[in-house]
Design a protein around this ligand. Structure first.
Ligand code: AMP
Length: 284
């Protein structure tokens, strides 16, 4: 039988729960999420637990990272189901604050990571990464965790968070976790719930196009032709529009640098749903 998961909603209660663990010399790991949890989120919790660490999941659908015409209002929410799933994988605590706890009246600070926040998803979603950087900075300082876990699914987000943690001398170690995928290759995402059955079937073209392109690049194919072929494959599968499909340096997201890790990243729409994915590329 799994024990019910303790849930706290204020920073004061969060810190009160963490204090005895910290005093006992235990490691504290944070797993920030927006809820509607799936096996990808739970893999982060399981990995954090195994380090070993007291593992604290957060659920906060952060209004600051949604654009005016985005899906804040319809973003899936299931706190009871999430709490049960977290308890099942041994999560120690859930922090699920209300918006007013995170952004009380008078809140006026914006954390902005220049450059990294302006390309790719940042260009398609103005202000998105300021919202992410601001809330992640707050969550990390609220919990003062030893480590915080983020999925490689949101590769650009991980780059932004690594940059802000270094720039602000945050003591929390930022740890990336590989993408958890469905058996057919589609990266798990809370937003996959928006897909119709036919869209869900077509969605596998996204990881397929990325894998095909990554293999071609690793074999020495030229980037422009390879990216054009991947773009055409996505169009043929019904993706429209394709916000970007790009080869970039894995850390700076600028032009790929010979000898440095590279990443192939894409974002594209199937009907009303925007999907993102990325893969490592071994450039020759
Ligand atoms: P979200 O709730 O979508 O904001 O995601 C919370 C965290 O889980 C982020 O660090 C995501 O990158 C991570 N995550 C979401 N989906 C996956 C996945 N399929 N595999 C690995 N990590 C994921």
């Amino acid at each position: 039988m799994t024990h019910p998961l303790p849930i706290v909603r204020t920073v004061a209660d969060l810190r009160a729960r963490l204090a005895p663990w910290r005093a006992a010399g235990e490691q504290i790991a944070l797993v920030p999420t927006m809820g509607a949890l799936h096996a990808g989120h739970l893999a982060l919790v399981t990995a954090a637990k195994a380090t070993p660490a007291r593992t604290v999941a957060t659920i906060f659908v952060n209004p600051k990272q949604f654009g005016a015409n985005e899906d804040l209002d319809r973003y899936p929410r299931d706190e009871a189901g999430d709490a049960a799933a977290l308890a099942h994988v041994g999560c120690d605590l859930l922090f699920a604050p209300a918006p007013a706890e995170v952004y009380p009246a008078g809140f006026a600070t914006n954390v902005r990571v220049a450059g990294l926040s302006d390309v790719l998803d940042g260009a398609a979603r103005p202000g998105h990464f300021d919202g992410v950087a601001t809330v992640v900075t707050k969550l990390l300082t609220m919990a003062r965790a030893h480590a915080a876990w983020f999925g490689e699914k949101d590769w650009q987000q991980l780059c932004v968070i690594r940059r802000l943690a270094a720039d602000l001398n945050l003591e929390t170690r930022i740890i990336g976790h590989p993408i958890v995928r469905a058996a057919d290759g589609l990266a798990l995402s809370s937003r996959n719930a928006y897909l119709s059955a036919s869209e869900r079937a077509a969605a596998t073209a996204l990881p397929a196009a990325l894998n095909t392109a990554a293999a071609a690049l690793a074999a020495g194919a030229a980037a422009p032709e390879t990216l054009a072929a991947a773009h055409a494959a996505l169009t043929a599968a019904g993706f429209d529009p394709i916000d970007y499909i790009t080869l970039a340096d894995a850390a700076t997201l600028g032009d790929p640098v010979p000898g440095q890790p590279a990443r192939l990243l894409a974002a594209a729409w199937l009907g009303k749903t925007r999907l993102i994915d990325n893969v490592a590329v071994a450039l020759r």
